[in-house]
Design a protein around this ligand. Sequence first.
Ligand SMILES: [Fe+2]
Ligand SMILES: [Fe+2]
Length: 360
Amino acid sequence: MQSKIFNSQKSDYSTQGLFLGEDSGLMDTINKKFPRIWKIYKTLKKMDWDENEFDFSDCAVDFKTCSPSIYRIMIKNLAWQWETDTIAARSYLPILAPFISSTEAFAAYTEITKNEIVHTLTYSEIVRNSFDNPEEVFGEILAITESLARLDTVSKVFSTIYKVSHEYALGLRQASDIEVQDAVWTFITTMLCVERLQFMSSFAPTFAVCNTGLFNPIGKAVQKIAQDELEIHVEMGKEVFKFIPAGIWDRIKPNLEAILEEIVERELTWAGYLFAEGDELVGVNEHLLKEWVLFNAKDLYKLFKFESKYSLPKVNPLKFMEKWLDISKTQPSPQEEDNGQYKLNSVRKDDVGTTFEIDF
Ligand SMILES: [Fe+2]
Ligand SMILES: [Fe+2]
């Protein structure tokens, strides 16, 4: 049997790291070395939800009657979120799979990838149910070129690892190849920047609109997506980052610093674009959104121990985001609306003793 399919000669079960060990053999729970990653996998498995849990049909009226300003902001945001979650769903496991050595990491990345599928299907369901002609809006969304430009930096990193990943899977590259090592860890850390910074900044205009009472089902669904991102995907990224080999970190650090700065710049540019047509939102303007971007970037600068050229806000400039990002503070009565929070509550009970380090 080809060793990439099943490696019966594998000898590093008890010593292998997360990535780039000998080719995979048995998936085993005997040699577990990453208990926190296992916990993340189990927690997300229990949090599994479905894109059809929410009835988005009420949103059709809101899209028809809201101001052009709100309409534009909602569509611009949906475009980016839908596209980026599609990329996440198609890249997380497919790209990382050839490199993953540990069973815990394989299980966790599989579950996260499944979760990204739920996210992107949710955006698709929002569009399918909210418009009389979803095909037209589909085209409208794909025509927003700024949303792909916002991912320009990220797409360069993903293109590199896409090629390296396939070459590695075909046996054309080895684990000792520094380009392979750097591509894996640059992908992991860049994805963390997307999830911790770009997604968190994209949620702010959505929640600002939903704060006014509009698009309630979208608010609830996106709130679940935000919770998955912040409490699970970001925590996974931070946990995995703890295991980056020192030599690889020294090599990729300057490039990652430039990537983070570029991502911050992309977000600041997007904040300008979002309000470019004089569009207005209650509770968020261009300045506050930029401050929110920098406030989220602060967590990454701290994690990577990078100096920032920006003045990073000490306090959260968008207080209302705390309510939306902490689901327990926004419990609706179950009779009133689709309540996406029941699963979280059952997960919480199971999570006693687990500390998730969300930095705000
Ligand atoms: Fe996602
Ligand atoms: Fe994610």
